[in-house]
Ligand binder design. Sequence first.
Ligand code: AMP
Length: 284
Amino acid sequence: MIDTVSLPVELRQRVGEWRAGGARIGFVPTMGNLHRGHLNLVEQAKRDADRVVVSIFVNPKQFGPSEDFERYPRTLEADSRALETPGVDLLFTPTTQTVYPRGEDASTRVEIPRLGDSLCGAKRPGHFVGVATVVTILLNIVQPDFALFGQKDYQQFLLLKRMAEDLMLPVEVRMAPTVRENDGLAMSSRNGYLSEEERSKAANLYRALTAAKAMIEQGDRAFGRIEADGLAVLKATGFEPDYFAVRDADTLGPVEPGCRSVAVLAAARLGDTRLIDNLLFPLG
Ligand code: AMP
């Protein structure tokens, strides 16, 4: 079994000893129900750190009132076993009470306006405030040298990187590539919600993004039309899209002259399941 602690004081003590010995600490925050996408983050962290800490915490504050907090898959035993192979040094599994000791009275929030207001932020009000606040708390508990996040949640990565810079947090926020199923579907804990029929359609999200990328790489600059085409493809393949957007990958603003790299991002629902994905590439 992976060494597991639930209290910040225990975690601090353990990490403090490592740090005193000169170890470089890597941190991978997750909500559990681990898949190869998470494990790839852990493996990458292992390559660059002497010690790796993984957290599993299903953060209630990043779910909207009608979202899937209650039914989010909690699979701690299997997760703990999965973390043995890459050799995680410590698993942190705090309770909600530990992370938010003031409960509903907790009033400190971390907000990253603009970057956090568009795309997923517009469709999930409060989501990124919940993410930024919990990640700040977790970073303060663990105090790693670097923390690793997945490209699948690219807007999340960008805003956490910005947050760390703006608040001068002594941590490097890094990104690892999206890990996919054989048909291209980005791995996600939410994929388990999909019915067989929905699962057979789900890779169309990735295909729509790939088609948009190909058009842009071939020199098409009619981004509005490319977005409209993407939305139409998603609807035609059974999705209810939230957005399909071509953006400057550095700012998530519109692609303007001087833009160096592009992000094509989409979020769409298949039945009750909301899927997101994106592709990043240089603008030739
Ligand atoms: P979650 O448990 O969904 O909150 O995700 C924890 C971390 O794993 C986040 O940094 C995600 O971006 C990352 N992640 C989730 N799915 C994937 C994937 N398919 N490929 C790469 N990273 C991922």
